[in-house]
Design a protein around this ligand. Structure first.
Ligand code: HEC
Length: 151
């Protein structure tokens, strides 16, 4: 009985601390999961482009569509709130917010490339274009990380 009460009090205390922590940010967790989802989709496309995975137009188009949807949500994932900007688990550089135009252009560029990749993946005549488009996609990710991510 007493132990039960202590446990309840402990849980209540922990919840209160959690609620009071301004730096625990759902934004940070959500956008990191979004980024990992893009990593996974791009990896499948890279393996296919290199011939490690068999060529599968439907799977490629699905992964490209996945990338487009995720890319379309990048801007909203990096909201301008204290918890989003200063979350201790975040590796986002302050330039995401101080150089917002550059960040948004890069996010839009990624989305446009992903949309183009859907068409390339679906078009049997465009198969030779897949490796180049996938490599450019990777370069687009990396150039944003170089500019807007802390090492
Ligand atoms: C518009 C800029 C931008 C683009 C484009 C971008 N990223 Fe990111 N990415 C970031 C930022 C900023 C972070 C750091 C987020 C944080 O920790 O708050 C990040 C973090 C990551 C992480 C680490 C996630 C974690 O678990 O901490 C991975 C993996 C990643 N990105 C993959 C990708 C891939 C793959 C692409 C391309 C398909 C991509 N990113 C495109 C800005 C970008």
């Amino acid at each position: 009985m007493r132990t039960g009460l202590v446990a309840v009090m402990l849980v209540a205390a922990v919840s209160a601390v959690r609620a009071a922590e301004p730096h625990v940010s759902a934004y940070v967790e959500e956008r990191q999961a979004r980024m990992r989802g893009m990593e996974e989709a791009l990896l499948v496309l890279e393996l296919m482009a290199r011939g490690v995975l068999p060529h599968d137009p439907q799977l490629a188009a699905r992964k490209a569509a996945d990338l487009a949807i995720q890319a379309g949500g990048i801007a909203d994932s990096f909201g301008d709130t204290p918890a989003s900007r200063w979350g201790p688990t975040s590796r986002a550089a302050q330039s995401v917010w101080t150089d917002r135009a550059d960040f948004l252009v890069r996010a839009a560029d990624l989305e446009a490339r992903a949309l183009a990749l859907i068409d390339i993946a679906r078009d049997p005549d465009a198969r030779a274009l897949l490796p180049g488009a996938v490599a450019e996609m990777r370069a687009t990710c990396e150039s944003c990380h170089a500019r807007h991510m802390k090492r």
